[in-house]
Design a protein around this ligand. Sequence first.
Ligand code: GDP
Length: 300
Amino acid sequence: FFRRLRENLSKTREALGAEIQATLFEGDVDEETWERLEEALIMADVGATTTAKVVGQLEQEAESGGLEGGEALSRRLQELLADIARTGQDRIDLRHDPTVILMVGVNGTGKTTTLGKIAWHLRNELGKSVMLGAADTFRAAATEQLQGWAERAGVPIVTGPEGSDPGAVAWDAIVQGRAQGADVVLIDTAGRLHTQDDLMAELSKVRRVIAKQLPDAPHETLLTVDATTGQNGLRQARLFAEAAEVDGIVLTKLDGTAKGGIALAIAGELGIPVKLIGVGEALEDLRPFDADDFAQALLS
Ligand code: GDP
């Protein structure tokens, strides 16, 4: 699995890892070292704030004599990155009856695919029974696409006509999920609304309807962020975090991007943990996010 992660992150590693190795291992450690390190992290979309924090800390420790040589610097850098990636990390708690998971995210980020992957993973790898709710009633195509994934994952789905009340679909999904003894109810939401206010209003309405059924639900709100969009993904995450209580990020399309550092920017700057990563287009291409493995795969 770790080898797979290294392969998935190969583009980021090529861009970042090689430059960092060159910077820390070749020549004297001086001002230029820190500048090159900063540049490499920013190029990998780690973000200015998080980069400054990490490089500042490393520089301070090196100057106070705690870190001698490229090996020690590189190891310490990996630790600092893992610490940031670990921010707020905890597993998705599936012990509710049922556990309600709300999926939010902008169209095109891989939200529907991720819903299918999560449903498949829950059913086939964890043996859970799942009910899907297609509460993105904004576009008929969204519902149809989700129906396709439900079929492939082998889970039932509740839908509503285009333009119908998303809250009503969420409500029905929970009612039917409870009636059928589902362990998890997974609810999709609209990925495009005209303004931030619309988005906030829509999400809070869906949440309110869910809470009327189950007072402590939704138990988990997951936001899909497309890793290939780099800093734009960070901006989206910030907007959604303001509009909904986001508990975790699913970082999609991490395969084939050199912008994998965005996981660190989101954790470091928004304090929202990355919980799952998407590493391909197939049902099984979803992985739990492990901060240590991630930092190691980025650098070595
Ligand atoms: P939505 O509009 O947010 O629901 O996005 P979709 O689920 O329709 O995905 C948009 C595109 O991204 C599709 O072509 C997916 O196959 C692709 N996609 C989704 N997740 C991943 C991933 O982890 N890796 C790759 N390479 N492609 C992905």
